[in-house]
Write a protein that binds this ligand. Structure first.
Ligand SMILES: NC(=O)c1ccc[n+]([C@@H]2O[C@H](COP(=O)([O-])OP(=O)(O)OC[C@H]3O[C@@H](n4cnc5c(N)ncnc54)[C@H](O)[C@@H]3O)[C@@H](O)[C@H]2O)c1
Length: 272
């Protein structure tokens, strides 16, 4: 490894188990010399295996519900104590839709669930940044990254209300990113990642088809969670200091494809 993050300190949200994008990112950040606090919702502490990751990376865990300002305030204050100063990088790797989980169709949502999903998946990003901003917790040339999906721009019918949450998330990255850049020289970006087999990913109806289609459409194939971790490390490093307010596609080329030969081949014989 290259010590790309030596001396840098951060907070990583969303490592549930070894498949999580945040888990792979934490491992990769650790290898690059970065130090961090791990956090997840209190319920995820019971379900997941985050302790194992904390041991492996020499990190402390602070439970926090990312929808609670009080939890976030405590998390950020305690993290600065533990890490001995301000923060250089933050990963927001959080997503959840109750409509998706309970199989409720997009045209017939239960709006209490929609609101909860929006709060967890998108507004939480605003809340995290708001607490960081008010506490002046970020070092100059710090980097904040959240994870998104291309359903923010294009229709994927079974992605349900998560599509709207991702559009909101990406907008928050731009809007808050302006103030973070202007006032603290901190950059804010979203990474729009390929379908990835994680707990959140495989919870989407028809995930296997989704995954295989994207893989066949992309000249480089789907990007894995490990590759997403690598890309995220580059955004946390000083090699990308002037990249901000961007939604960065990390998808093997999928987002600029019309159709691939592999997909065309699967329709051969169907056209008369
Ligand atoms: N897996 C995919 O196909 C895919 C594709 C593009 C983008 N993403 C995005 O990547 C991010 C990470 O998801 P993942 O695929 O690694 O799945 P994951 O299920 O491993 O991670 C989702 C995390 O969100 C956390 N979370 C849920 N509610 C929370 C709350 N109230 N407070 C704090 N944390 C909470 C969960 O505990 C979990 O750790 C999400 O934003 C997801 O939408 C995933």
């Amino acid at each position: 490894m290259y010590n790309l993050l030596k001396g840098k300190k951060g907070i990583i949200f969303g490592a549930l188990d070894e498949n999580s994008i945040a888990w792979k990112t934490a491992e990769r950040v650790h290898k690059e010399g970065g130090e961090f606090v791990l956090t997840n919702a209190p319920i995820a502490m019971r379900m997941g295996t985050i302790n194992e990751l904390a041991q492996k990376t020499g990190s402390q865990i602070i439970p926090a519900d990312a929808t609670s300002i009080e939890d976030l305030e405590q998390l950020i204050t305690k993290s600065m104590d533990i890490l001995g100063g301000k923060i250089d990088f933050v990963l927001h790797s959080i997503g959840m839709s109750i409509n998706v989980r309970k199989g409720r169709h997009y045209t017939d949502q239960k709006y209490e669930w929609t609101q909860k999903g929006t709060d967890v998946s998108a507004m939480s990003f605003h809340k995290v940044m708001s607490v960081l901003y008010k506490k002046e917790a970020m070092n100059p040339w710090g980097s904040i990254v959240a994870l998104s999906y291309m359903a923010a721009q294009r229709v994927f019918p079974d992605y349900n209300d998560m599509a709207d949450n991702k559009a909101y998330l990406e907008s928050v990255a731009r809007s808050f990113g302006y103030f973070f850049g202007r006032d603290f020289k901190v950059r804010v970006n979203t990474i729009s990642q390929s379908p990835t087999p994680t707990t959140a990913g495989t919870g989407v109806k028809g995930f296997e088809g989704f995954f295989a289609y994207a893989d066949k459409m992309s000249p480089l194939g789907n990007a894995t969670a490990q590759e997403c971790a690598d890309y995220t490390v580059s955004l946390f490093s000083d090699l990308t200091k002037k990249v901000t307010l961007q939604n960065l596609f990390h998808d093997g080329g999928f987002s600029n494809m019309g159709v691939s030969n592999a997909i065309m081949d699967s329709f051969m014989g169907e056209v008369s």
